[in-house]
Design a protein around this ligand. Structure first.
Ligand SMILES: *Cc1c(COP(=O)(O)O)cnc(C)c1O
Length: 370
């Protein structure tokens, strides 16, 4: 039987082993393991890649978002607009800052925050909007920025799934007040452990983030504020520098796979394929299809040796963790039906044409084609 993993995390190591091993030796011999020159070099390279003025390396993606809200002075009593349809980390960042997440439904076709629904959710307590570029497809940033400008709100985008994605031709990461990144191993740009960063063009936010991530200290042992320990370590930065050079090539491979799926599966009735607006150039973190019999399709593919995942089975508003907000089933119907019907097909850049052809054949077979 075929064995097509959803994601093979060893593939990049095998592909670039000599470079990772050299990076490892360089850091181990340097005697410097947290922040330092290696992290500064990665920060400069990643800021350059994103077209942003600053990059601040932190411990993980959740901290990137949380510390950004803190740096902006957002806290108890404040409200932050978040997508109803997202990974729970976006909401948790708001909660950790002491503020309240206010969910807004997505555009059903793109799964991303619907600008037309944002204004109704804004109150005098609202301080920021946090769009997520879900599955690697950019959110409609111009429409969101226009609303934010009118109401005096920050826009902080969650780009944890969007390394290299472009909005109207420009890479995300320098297009909002600040952008939160995760380098969790499974992301398009992933470390070999936890890691994250914030990119921003705002000097003041950047300065506060550098202080906040390091115990609230600018000068060692002098603490201006009660900060956090959320620092990027030197080994992960060195590994990320190796991978950053390959990111565009790996994203191109993802795009080729996605286009192969889009072309080959478009005639399957009731199978909803990703809808890409003309201004969006996704980085295809995930290739998500929708079908009312999602579970049957997943089980069938599993039986054929094909790994798939569900992103995500339960929306944040129905998670036990958020029972205090008292959202019930039916509160966000678009989000809920998305969660019931989505399935992510493998789009790992290490999969070859034969693998993808096999996945396509099996999906078609499930639907009684071929
Ligand atoms: C992965 C992810 C995060 C969190 O990143 P971590 O590094 O795991 O903390 C945040 N938001 C979204 C949309 C993600 O996919």
């Amino acid at each position: 039987m075929a064995d097509i993993p959803f994601l093979d995390l060893r593939a990049p190591y095998k592909e670039l082993q000599a470079e990772f091993d050299a990076a490892y030796r360089r850091v181990m011999e340097s005697g410097w393991y947290i922040l330092g020159e290696e992290v500064e070099a990665f920060e400069a390279e990643f800021a350059g890649y994103c077209g942003a003025k600053h990059c601040i390396g932190v411990g993980n993606g959740l901290e990137a978002l949380h510390l950004t809200l803190r740096a902006a002075g957002i806290g108890p009593g404040d409200a932050v607009i978040v997508p109803a349809n997202t990974y729970i980390a976006t909401w948790l960042a708001v909660s950790y800052a002491g503020a309240t997440p206010v969910p807004v439904e997505p555009v059903e076709a793109t799964y991303n925050l619907d600008p037309a629904r944002i204004e109704a959710a804004i109150t005098p307590r609202t301080r920021a909007i946090m769009p997520v570029h879900l599955y690697g497809q950019p959110a409609d940033l111009d429409a969101i920025a226009e609303i934010a400008r009118r109401h005096g709100l920050y826009v902080f985008d969650d780009a944890a799934q969007a390394h290299g994605a472009r909005y109207k031709g420009r890479r995300v990461g320098g297009l909002c007040d600040a952008t939160g990144w995760s380098f969790y191993p499974g992301k398009n740009l992933g470390a070999f452990g936890d890691a994250g960063a914030v990119t921003t063009n705002d000097d003041e936010l950047a300065e506060r983030l550098r202080t906040l991530r390091n115990y609230g200290s600018k000068i060692k042992y002098y603490n201006e504020i009660k900060g956090f320990n959320s620092r990027l370590d030197s080994l992960q930065a060195a590994f990320l520098r190796v991978k950053l050079k390959r990111l565009d090539a790996w994203n191109e491979r993802r795009k080729a796979i996605a286009h192969h799926y889009l072309e080959s599966l478009r005639d399957v009735p009731d199978l909803i394929l990703p809808d890409v607006p003309q201004w969006a150039d996704p980085c295809w973190h995930l290739f998500v299809v929708r079908h009312p019999e999602r579970d049957a399709l997943q089980n069938y593919l599993k039986g054929q040796g094909i790994g798939t995942l569900i992103h995500y089975p339960v929306p944040p508003h129905l998670q036990e963790a958020y029972h205090e907000l008292r959202f019930t089933e039916g509160t966000f119907p678009i989000t809920e039906v998305i969660h019931q019907e989505v399935l992510s097909l493998p789009v790992d850049p290490s999969l070859n044409g034969k693998h993808i052809q096999y996945v396509i054949e099996q999906v078609l077979k499930f639907y009684g084609f071929a």
